[in-house]
Design a protein around this ligand. Structure first.
Ligand SMILES: [Zn+2]
Length: 134
């Protein structure tokens, strides 16, 4: 069963993707924790496609709006750089790729944290109404 907390992020993620020049990408929110359970979120991009699956962990759902925004921007930034990752994975040894990936993730995250500050926070007006009623 789909978690309604993940479903509400669908249109927010679409809006961020549009603002990040990923308008022609198809984004699918997967209602499961990421395959690597230590990740708060992850993205899967098939080779050569403008399509991705985005996994949001249960822990992601309770993060601050600022962390949720930078996490989503991180995953969407991967869309822009996925060809570099695929090329590295195909051309480097397993050990070389592991080292390359540490620097790559660091660059993706630094870019995402800086970019996220210019993008809107997740806001869900129906939740605000519920809180005000209490
Ligand atoms: Zn990453």
């Amino acid at each position: 069963m789909n978690d309604p907390r993940r479903e509400k992020f669908g249109s927010y993620i679409r809006d961020l993707a549009n603002l990040m020049d990923l308008r022609d990408w198809t984004l699918i929110i997967i209602h499961e924790d990421p395959p690597n359970r230590s990740n708060i979120a992850s993205v899967y991009i098939p080779l050569g496609q403008r399509f991705c699956n985005i996994y949001l962990s249960t822990n992601f759902l309770t993060e601050t709006p600022e962390n949720q925004r930078s996490t989503i921007v991180h995953e969407l930034t991967h869309c822009h750089f996925d060809a570099a990752r695929k090329a590295a994975r195909l051309s480097l040894s397993k050990k070389q790729y592991k080292i390359w990936n540490i620097t790559f993730e660091s660059g993706i995250d630094a870019t995402a944290v800086a970019w996220a500050k210019t993008l809107p926070l997740p806001e869900f007006p129906d939740e605000k109404k519920k809180k005000k009623k209490k």
